[in-house]
Write a protein that binds this ligand. Structure first.
Ligand SMILES: N[C@@H](CCC(=O)N[C@@H](CS)C(=O)NCC(=O)O)C(=O)O
Length: 206
């Protein structure tokens, strides 16, 4: 793989991704929460030449998102969002106490390993393509939502202020609610429901 040539000005922030992409949304929410001026460049990774274009942008696996800040090119959403939080002024998005930080990391891991593969790909995508999901996906999806319901605090997932955990879960909410596990939120997850209603009052999450 060749290293992509820098093409942004020293302080320019460019996020390459797609509106539909959960991981691009996580980065956009994070940039907005920190109030970082940035440009968004659309790259449809599911188009025929999408993965090649993503590789040219600097993603070795041909995925999105990719963040450029001056000469710096980053891929992997956790690295991107932590960089945004560490590098720019604005409200801190990672809790200070070890216990709260661990809770944030638990929620992020659940989104990465359960919500995205199970609910987004295992339930939402089959529904949008008029296919029956694998029944095991429903069981796993409901278990993931139960775990998040138990972890969620008020008004934000980790307490008094939004963190990267809120950005991660918020980016999936449209897909969760539009999946066969969506009713679980209104019927059995009062904390998540209240959190999502509250989050949507902030422009960063819309
Ligand atoms: N671990 C990566 C996951 C990125 C990812 O899976 N992005 C999706 C879009 S939301 C993608 O590019 N999918 C295309 C593919 O897997 O070929 C991250 O955290 O950024």
């Amino acid at each position: 793989m060749t290293t992509p040539a820098p093409r942004s000005k020293p302080d320019q922030v460019i996020l390459t991704g797609a509106e539909y992409s959960v991981y691009s949304r996580i980065c956009r929410i994070t940039l907005r929460l920190k109030d970082v001026p940035h440009e968004f460049e659309m790259l449809d990774v599911f188009a025929e030449n999408g993965p090649d274009k993503a590789r040219q942008e600097g993603h070795p696996f041909g995925k999105i998102p990719v963040l450029r800040h001056g000469d710096l090119v980053l891929f992997e959403t956790l690295a991107i969002t932590r960089y945004i939080d560490d590098r720019f002024e604005g409200p801190p998005l990672q809790p200070v106490t070890p216990a709260d930080r661990a809770r944030m990391n638990q929620i992020i891991s659940i989104v990465d390993t359960r919500i995205y593969p199970v609910i987004v790909w295992g339930l939402h995508v089959p529904k949008s393509e008029d296919r029956e999901p694998d029944p095991s996906m429903i069981v796993k999806g409901l278990a993931a939502l139960d775990a998040l319901e138990t972890l969620a605090r008020h008004p934000w997932l980790c307490g008094d202020a939004p963190t990267l955990a809120d950005a991660y879960l918020a980016a999936c909410m449209d897909y969760i609610l539009d999946s066969s596990a969506g009713n679980q939120v209104s019927q059995h997850c009062p904390r998540l429901e209240a959190w999502w209603r509250h989050a949507q009052t902030l422009p960063a999450f819309c």
